[in-house]
Design a protein around this ligand. Structure first.
Ligand code: FES
Length: 384
C-alpha cells in the first residue's frame, strides 16, 4: 500500500491559517502596518529608490538666464528623498485654479543636494499659459509642490555604457546633459563627456552660458558648439554630421542623443554610418510635437463615470492639455506616451498619435495616451 508522504493538516494548522488571513485582511483593508516595522530596512531604502508623491517646499528661486529660473525644492519633512541618476526627471504636480496639473522636469542639481533633501529644476517663461509659465511667474519661496519619481532611463549605466560618452544635443534636449555635466563636475559621475551642442544661431542655444560655467570647472568635459546659420568665434559652422562625430569617435564610447523627434531621426541616419552596435546609442526624445500649421477646433466629449463633459479641443494641443484646461483629471506622468499612466478609451473620433508606443492590445481596444494624442476630428473618450 502506498504511504502518504505528507501529513494532513491538523486543527491547529487550520486555525493558524485563518489567523494569517485575518492579519492579511487587516493589513489590506485598514493599512495596519504589522509586517514592516520602523526597524525594517525597506523603510530606509524606499525613499532612496523612489518618491511616491511627497510634498516639497520651494526653498530657492534663482534667475539663471533671461526667461529661465532655477527652482530648488526641499522635502518639507527634511527627510530622505530618492537619489537619482543624472539625466532623470521628476514629476511635479500643482493645483492651479482647482485644476490639477502635472509636468516632468529634469533634475539639474547634484547628488549631494539630493542627500540634503533637495532637488533643483529649470522652468521657462514661454508665455503659453502652461505649467512652466505659471511656475516661472508665480512660484514663491515656501510654496509647496507634489513630487514623485525620479523617472527615465536616459542616464549613464555602468553595466551597459562605456566610460567615454559622446553627447549630441539640440537646444530642446540639453537639460539631461546639463544634469550629467553637473554630476561630472561635482565628482559624482566618473565619465568623460564630449558634448556637441547644435542650433541654427547662438541665440537659439538654451542655457549655453550656464552650461559653459559647469563645463569650465571640469577637465572631463569638452563642449563643441555647432551653428548652422552663423559664424562665431569659438564655435563650429555647420550641423552635427557623421564626419564631425567621426573626428572624435573611437570604438570605446557610448553615444547619447537628446532632442526633438526630427533631430533624433536625422542623427539616426548619421549614426548608422558609424556601424556600432545599437546598444551603445542611447536616445532621449524631447516632448514630441504635432507640427500643425493650421489650427482647428473640435468638440471633445468626455465620459467620467455617469457624467458627460463637453468642451473644445484643438489640433495643436494634446488631448490631455484640453482635459486639464477644463478642470478634469487623468493620472499622468511622462507626457511622452511611455509610462501608460494616462491610458484612456477612445470611443469615437480620428486622432494623430505622436511617438506611438501602444501595444497590439491597446490598439485593438482603442486605448490611447491623451498625453501624446492630438485630435483630427470631434473626439469622444471615456476616462473612467
Ligand atoms: S503620461 Fe505617460 S503615457 Fe501619458
Amino acid at each position: 500500500m502506498a504511504t502518504n508522504k505528507f501529513s494532513s493538516l491538523g486543527n491547529s494548522d487550520i486555525k493558524k491559517y485563518k489567523n494569517m488571513m485575518n492579519l492579511a485582511e487587516d493589513f489590506i483593508t485598514q493599512g495596519k502596518d504589522k509586517y514592516f516595522s520602523g526597524d525594517n530596512k525597506y523603510d530606509e531604502l524606499t525613499p532612496i529608490i523612489f518618491n511616491d508623491k511627497i510634498k516639497m517646499i520651494v526653498s530657492k528661486i534663482v534667475d539663471i538666464a533671461p526667461d529661465y529660473k532655477l527652482i530648488t525644492i526641499r522635502n518639507e519633512r527634511e527627510s530622505k528623498i530618492a537619489l537619482f541618476n543624472p539625466g532623470q526627471y521628476i514629476s511635479v504636480t500643482i493645483v492651479l485654479d482647482r485644476r490639477i496639473m502635472t509636468r516632468i522636469y529634469t533634475i539639474v542639481s547634484g547628488i549631494k543636494e539630493a542627500k540634503l533633501y533637495e532637488y533643483s529644476f529649470i522652468v521657462k517663461n514661454d508665455n503659453n499659459g502652461k505649467m512652466s509659465d505659471f511656475l516661472y511667474n508665480n512660484l514663491k519661496i515656501d510654496d509647496d509642490l507634489i513630487v514623485s519619481g525620479p523617472y527615465g532611463d536616459f542616464y549613464y549605466n555602468e553595466l551597459v555604457d562605456k566610460k567615454n560618452i559622446i553627447g549630441l544635443s539640440s537646444p530642446e534636449g540639453i537639460l539631461p546633459f546639463i544634469s550629467m555635466a553637473k554630476a561630472i563636475s561635482d565628482g559624482d559621475l566618473n565619465v568623460n563627456l564630449k558634448l556637441f551642442y547644435s542650433a541654427k544661431k547662438y541665440e537659439d542655444l538654451i542655457l549655453v552660458d550656464y552650461l559653459k560655467g559647469i563645463v569650465d570647472n571640469s577637465e572631463k568635459i569638452d563642449l563643441y558648439i555647432l551653428l548652422s546659420e552663423e559664424e562665431k568665434k569659438g564655435t563650429i559652422k555647420g550641423v552635427i554630421t557623421y564626419d564631425e562625430i567621426n573626428k572624435i569617435f573611437d570604438h570605446d564610447c557610448s553615444i547619447f542623443v537628446s532632442g526633438e523627434e526630427g533631430f533624433l531621426k536625422y542623427l539616426n541616419k548619421e549614426l548608422d554610418k558609424l556601424k556600432i552596435p545599437r546598444k551603445f546609442i542611447r536616445c532621449n526624445m524631447y516632448k514630441p510635437k504635432c507640427n500643425i500649421k493650421k489650427v482647428k477646433a473640435y468638440l471633445m466629449t468626455v465620459h467620467v463615470g455617469d457624467e458627460v463633459f463637453e468642451f473644445p479641443c484643438f489640433n495643436n494641443k494634446t488631448l490631455l492639455e484640453s482635459i486639464e484646461e477644463n478642470n478634469l483629471y487623468v493620472p499622468n506622468r511622462c507626457h511622452i506616451g511611455i509610462c501608460g499612466l494616462c491610458k484612456t478609451k477612445l470611443l469615437n473620433g480620428k486622432i494623430k498619435v505622436i511617438n506611438d508606443r501602444r501595444n497590439v492590445n491597446d490598439i485593438e481596444n482603442n486605448l490611447i495616451c491623451p498625453c501624446s494624442t492630438y485630435p483630427l476630428s470631434d473626439i469622444e473618450i471615456r476616462i473612467r
